[in-house]
Design a binder for this molecule. Structure first.
Ligand code: BES
Ligand code: ZN
Length: 881
């Protein structure tokens, strides 16, 4: 905690470490009232460091130092300095052994960084800088060491003792205690260290790798969750196979473990050989987890597993390179999900997140490049830009190189840098070297923040049969960055004829029209380009930025006719969906703030066609039926009036529902569950369509939808249908049924924390059940827990992030509520506090009546005494602009 300004760290000031650590020997004595950590490091001067007289500096945070010895000799207090966050030993030999003993208090650790306790078990979270909360250490990712870890604890409360690598020794000790020793043969940075000790059961399985090695797979959970591991285990085996096939990456240790813990700041963590997961990202059963949860679990298991290569074997030199592992690994898990599910749907989901949330971040006060140049608190930089935009940047390299050269590039990257801590530039260099392509200009994607805007105009020259397309790009200013250069942008497109046929794209008049491709990736490198397509006998409809080939905004004067045409004719499924979104956005926007209105009948017709055509890809239809979210509509608007946007969207929904009642009913019944529950793309699409139809039917106040929802709630044999019906009722005007359904649901699932989290969310996100007084009541509910990040997110986070009309109440009550909760939380868990404040940081975006109230809520947080560095950075940066 501090009141003064935290220090800014600059990429330009990077220096190689003055000392390296070859091996670490750890001994943990775990007790109820604390833990003693004995650490012996073998240290040597780094031959690559110019600083030959540098002192040894070790990072530490909230540690009680009990003992420090150099080559076995206890150091006098005068031989070192404890600065509060560093232990500095000024005179050390070129090579030596350092022993440090620290005392820590896991049971009092509410920040959930370092070693802490979660429902009685000990566990760790060391990324990014949590290892320094365990012992003094050069806690930076370019110091890689071999770890040997001995854990000692009470045998009855902690029968299971886990760490990275292989278990090499175990035995009993006095006083009912025991120990296990683990050894990890792979050198790793301290952020990948992990330890777990508790009363856990294991689910065991085996995976045979491509070279025939048998890997022991284990998922550890609390005994009550023993039956909920199967899906995670299946996902793990699929991920292991996929990484062999798609990237040629084989697993390297003999054992791979996953542990589920209830209190966890993030989703999951890729510690070497011992991944630690938020329980909500592992545990699943048909009765308790929705399809969305099943898919999320599969994706996160894959993501953390894939880090074994992209992150662990090849790691980051410093935290500015975070996207090296996160962007690449998100790209990898997203390709995996596309391969095992529906590729178009996966692309739609990724782009929705990017356009709704990352574009907003890129346009806000915390905008930063994929490779930032400075930070105060690194945990604030685990952002949508590092992750999702970072993944898009890797995807663009994939598009520019094509699959074969991209694979050659990734092979080269892993081979060249195995065992090293490297930079995003090393990644791009490997791609260049393997492909022979020059990516100099492309590197601007890592350096320039902000979302490029492409303004497209076109003209058809009927006489010469030429269609001209002009694309201009500009990159907007962001905090600290102006006058940006044009970027290298892959722009995929197609042209459609009047009957929906894909037209050949000949860029030269001489080319043979028939053999020309019907889709091309144009490479934009200048501020403006004009492309001429020859041999066209009609003015085409352009299908722009297919598959969302670059993370940019496209501005083009589409007519509603063109959008309707693309919705049903574009051969690119993604662009069909996108055309539908643009049409719906246009219709809703034109109605915002207008007193009485009529919904364009063409929108109704377009949705009717979607609902009625069972020959269409039903997974895509399910997505196309989702209207653009309020958050997206707000993001797209200049000075949004949230209440007016909310009303316009609701009216369009109600109008569509009323006009399409018969089609919705037919769709609902057609998609009734057939046979046993399964989690396949087809049955997921069916449930999604059915639940969308149900939600819409409840907007017609003729009781049909209500009766169907009540029926579905009592018949459901899975959480997707149960939650679909509950959500529809909660968001309807049927107040009596809503409260009955909510209390029945709680009654049934109150002992399952993951389901209770969903129960909180469904209320907090609802403008009917989640107005401020109701949110305040949820915070007082016996199941709410201020120490559990999931509970905080499912009430406070969901309210401020998803219940936008209630949060942006014109009286400012939503803002001061969030401010109060953030301040309260900052004392116990600053990481979560700094994340939770995000919605307020976008104050500048809103109409003045809103923005001044948002700003004052931020100022009140700023004036709190003892602000954490995490919250300080976010609040100050967002007030400074
Ligand atoms: N390495 C991160 C977890 C992490 C993030 C630890 C920030 C410490 C600070 C992990 O690989 C990760 O990215 N997890 C994501 C989920 C993933 C599917 C994108 C998460 O936890 O949200
Ligand atoms: Zn990750």
């Amino acid at each position: 905690m501090r009141t003064n300004q935290p220090k800014t760290i600059y990429l330009s000031e990077y220096k190689v470490p003055a000392y390296l650590v070859d091996s670490v020997d750890l001994r943990f004595e775990l007790f109820d009232d604390g833990a003693r950590v004995h650490s012996t490091l073998s240290v040597r001067r780094n031959p690559e460091s110019a600083d030959v007289s540098a002192p040894l500096t070790l990072d530490g945070d909230s540690l009680k130092l009990e003992h420090v010895a150099l080559n076995g000799e206890e150091l006098a207090a005068s031989a070192y300095e404890d600065t509060g966050d560093q232990l500095v030993i000024s005179k050390v030999p070129a090579g030596f052994e350092l022993t440090v003993v620290t005392w820590i208090e896991p049971h009092n650790n509410t920040r959930l960084e370092g070693l802490y306790k979660s429902s009685g078990m000990f566990c760790t979270q060391c990324e990014a800088q949590g290892f320094r909360c365990i012992t003094y250490f050069p806690d930076r990712p370019d110091v890689m060491a071999r770890y040997r870890t001995r854990i000692e604890a009470d045998k009855s409360t902690c029968p299971v003792l886990l760490s990275n690598g292989n278990d090499v020794d175990r035995g009993d000790l006095d006083n009912g205690r025991h120990f296990v020793t683990w050894e990890d043969p792979f050198p790793k940075p301290s952020y990948l260290f992990a330890l777990v000790a508790g009363d856990l059961v294991e689910k065991q399985d085996t995976f045979t790798t491509c070279s025939g090695r048998d890997i022991d797979l284990r998922i550890y959970v609390e005994p009550r969750n023993a039956a909920k591991c199967e899906h995670a285990m299946d996902s793990l085996k699929r991920s292991m196979r996929w990484d062999e096939e798609a990237y040629g990456r084989e697993y390297d240790l003999d054992i791979f473990m996953i542990v589920a813990v209830d209190d966890f700041n993030m989703g999951a963590m890729e510690n070497k050989g011992l991944n630690i997961f938020n329980s909500s990202c592992v545990l699943a059963s048909q009765e308790t987890a929705t399809d969305l949860a099943f898919q999320r679990i599969e994706a996160i298991v894959a993501h953390e597993y894939f880090h074994n290569w992209s992150g662990n074997r090849v790691t980051c030199r410093d935290w500015f390179q975070l996207s090296l592992k996160e962007g690449f690994t998100v790209f990898r898990d997203s390709t995996f999900s596309a391969d095992v599910g529906s590729p178009t749907v996966k692309r739609i989901e990724d782009v929705t997140l990017l356009r709704t949330a990352q574009f907003a971040e890129d346009a806000g006060p915390m905008a930063h490049p994929v490779r930032p140049a400075s930070y105060m608190e690194i945990t604030n930089f685990y952002t949508l830009t590092i992750y999702e935009k970072g993944a898009e940047v890797v995807r663009m390299i994939h598009t520019l190189l094509g699959p074969d050269l991209f694979r050659k590039g990734s092979d080269l990257y892993f081979e060249r840098h195995d065992g090293q801590a490297v930079t995003t530039d090393d990644f791009v260099k490997a791609m260049e070297d393997a492909s022979g392509r020059d990516l100099t200009q492309f590197r601007l994607w890592y350096e320039q923040a902000g979302t490029p805007v492409l303004t497209v105009s076109d003209a058809y020259d009927a006489e010469r049969g030429i269609y001209r397309l002009t694309i201009q790009q500009s990159v907007p200013d962001t905090p600290g960055q102006t006058d940006k250069k044009p970027q290298h942008i892959p722009f995929a497109l197609g042209l459609l004829g009047a009957d929906g046929e894909a037209l050949p794209l000949s860029l030269e008049s001489t080319a043979d029209d028939e053999s020309a491709p019907t889709e091309r990736v144009l490479e934009l490198t200048e501020a403006s380009h004009t492309f001429e397509f020859h041999g066209l006998t009609q003015k085409p409809v352009p299908s722009l930025l297919r598959h969302f080939s670059a993370p940019v905004r496209v501005v083009y004067p589409w007519t509603r006719e063109q959008l309707i045409f693309l919705m049903s004719h574009d051969p690119d499924g993604f662009n069909r969906w996108d055309a539908g979104q643009r049409l719906a956005v246009d219709v809703i926007q034109s109605l915002v703030g207008s007193p009485d209105f009529e919904v364009d009948p063409r929108l109704v017709d377009a949705y009717r066609a979607l609902l009625s055509d069972s020959a269409l890809d039903q997974a895509l239809v399910a997505k196309m039926l989702q209207l653009p979210s309020e958050a997206y509509l707000i993001e797209l608007s200049e000075s949004p009036d949230v209440a007016a946007i909310h009303r316009a969207r609701e009216k369009v929904l109600a109008h569509l529902a009323t006009s399409l009642r018969d089609e919705l009913l037919a769709c609902f019944h057609r998609n009734a569950g057939a046979g046993a529950y399964e989690v396949s793309p087809e049955s997921i699409a069916r449930r999604s369509l059915r639940n969308t139809a149900l939600a819409w039917l409840l907007m017609i106040n003729d009781d049909t939808g209500r009766d169907l929802a009540v029926q579905q709630l009592s018949d459901a044999d899975n959480m997707t249908d149960r939650m679909g019906a509950l959500r529809a009722l909660v968001n309807s005007d049927y107040a009596a049924e809503r409260s009955q359904a909510l209390s029945d649901f709680y009654e049934r699932f109150q002992d399952d924390p993951q389901v209770v989290e969903q129960w909180f969310s469904v209320q907090s996100s609802s403008d009917r059940a989640g107005q401020l007084p109701q949110i305040q009541a949820l915070l007082k509910h016996p199941a709410f827990d201020w120490k559990n990040p999931n509970k905080i997110r499912s009430v406070v986070g969901v309210f401020a992030g998803q219940n936008l009309a209630a949060f942006h109440n014109p009286d400012g009550s939503g803002y001061s509520f969030l401010g109060d909760q953030v301040c309260r939380l900052d004392d116990s868990n600053p990481q979560i506090a700094a994340r939770l404040v995000t919605p307020l940081t976008r104050w500048q975006k809103f109409a003045p009546a809103y923005s001044s109230l948002m700003r004052s809520a931020l100022e009140r947080i700023r004036d709190k005494t003892g602000l954490s560095a995490d919250l300080y950075e976010v609040v100050h940066k967002s007030l400074e602009v």
